[in-house]
Design a protein around this ligand. Structure first.
Ligand SMILES: Nc1nc2c(c(=O)[nH]1)N[C@H]1C(S)=C(S)[C@@H](COP(=O)(O)O)O[C@H]1N2
Ligand SMILES: [Mo]
Length: 373
């Protein structure tokens, strides 16, 4: 029996990433159960995968001949092989969280369009590459340069042959020192599933801006309008709207920052604990560009809460580990939840976040549950 394209992708994923939960979709998408996210650097075998289209037929053996070009609003259009990028430009590493803007979408009510992610479309890795800034400066930006547009060979699953996604960055973010064209992840060559040979790393931005299988950067004199840059895709209403309202005439803005969020990774969801004995609580808090300031913990739906110890941050775009303990004194169902805050005073909401048509940026407090026996 021959497997369908999607069936082959599913088998490949099961081999490379056992334990991930595949979502129902024509493209290969899979999220991490919370207990697989218990490391500061998420192992590649546990890292979520998000594809808008068909996986391109690339093998890492192609890495040396893979080329990246820069054109548009530059004085010297350029192109380099991966080997040239590595040797001609300074190699830098950035530890950063990669989170899909749709992470947590399944909690929106009423439900929105888009993949129904739980809370596992997030991970933190060490990315190594060259600064996008160095490439753009080499090519010589014209004064008219305001945005980048990124291109890759992956196509939609509908057979149209159209590009699956072509996103970009405002020029200020493209020139920021943390923004990379990366070729390695956790010290391994960037895996194909994560965009190898080359991908954009845009710390603080939603995952959609981290273009995989990068072949071309088109420097633009206006906001990039490539596939999935317009309409409700990865954009939020400029003013609050209700789910019953038509959003045809609503102003929408590209998401450029991810909100404060946190996840409990130990104990695991559906844990069993003994009444009166201590449970160790651990997990991570992160945000886009605004640093995390604190994390509180509650075992009673935030009627009461206590602060958790937060490990110091060494890398501004990485997540921060928290730790604490609880000793349940009652038998029955127990829900453990964390609520993180950022230095600008924003906390994860206790109530559902503002509904938006694409179902993005849900950072409402959630928890994990288990049984105390
Ligand atoms: N070429 C390409 N790049 C892409 C995508 C894609 O479908 N194609 N998906 C984007 C989205 S929406 C996310 S969340 C991240 C996911 O990265 P990962 O699959 O490495 O976890 O890649 C982004 N880059
Ligand atoms: Mo995403």
């Amino acid at each position: 029996m021959s497997l369908t394209r999607r069936g082959k992708e599913a088998e490949w994923l099961e081999q490379l990433k056992p334990g991930l939960r595949q979502l129902e979709s024509d493209a290969l998408n899979a999220e991490s159960p919370t207990e697989l996210l218990n490391d500061y650097l998420t192992p590649i075998s546990s890292f979520f995968v998000r594809n808008n289209g068909v996986l391109p037929a690339i093998s890492l053996g192609d890495a040396d001949s893979w080329t990246l070009s820069v054109d548009g609003e530059v004085r010297n259009p350029c192109s380099w092989t991966v080997a040239e990028l590595r040797t001609k430009f300074e190699n830098v590493s950035v530890t950063a969280v990669l989170e899909c803007a749709g992470n947590g979408r399944s909690a929106f009510s009423p439900p929105t369009q888009g993949l129904q992610w739980g809370h596992g479309a997030v991970g933190c890795a060490r990315w190594i590459g060259v600064r996008l800034r160095d490439l753009l400066e080499f090519a010589g930006l014209k004064d008219s340069a305001v945005y980048t547009g990124h291109f890759s060979p992956d196509v939609k699953t509908d057979g149209s042959g159209e590009s699956a996604i072509s996103r970009g960055l405002p020029i200020t973010k493209a020139l920021a020192p943390e923004t990379l064209v990366a070729f390695a992840m956790n010290d391994a060559p960037l895996p194909i599933l994560h965009g190898g040979p080359l991908r954009i790393v845009a710390p603080g931005y939603p995952g959609s801006a981290w273009q995989k299988w990068l072949t071309r950067i088109w420097v633009r004199d206006r906001e990039h309008d490539g596939e999935k840059m317009t309409g409700i895709e990865y954009r939020l209403p400029a003013v609050p709207i209700s789910p019953t309202q038509s959003f045809d005439d609503i102003e929408l803005r590209v998401i450029t920052d991810m909100p404060i969020n946190s996840i409990i990774t130990t104990p695991k969801d559906n844990f069993v604990a003994e009444c009166g004995s201590e449970i160790e609580i651990g997990g991570f808090a992160w945000s886009g560009h605004v640093p995390v300031s604190s994390v509180t913990f509650s075992a009673d739906g935030f009627r009461t809460s206590q602060p958790l110890k937060l490990e110091p941050s060494s890398e501004p775009f990485a997540w921060r580990r928290f730790a604490g303990r609880v000793r349940p004194k009652q038998r029955g169902l127990l829900t453990l939840a964390t609520r993180a805050a950022d230095v600008e005073g924003r906390s994860q909401p206790l109530e559902p976040v503002l509904w938006n048509p694409g179902g993005y940026c849900n950072n409402m407090v959630t928890g994990i549950s288990g049984m105390v026996t």
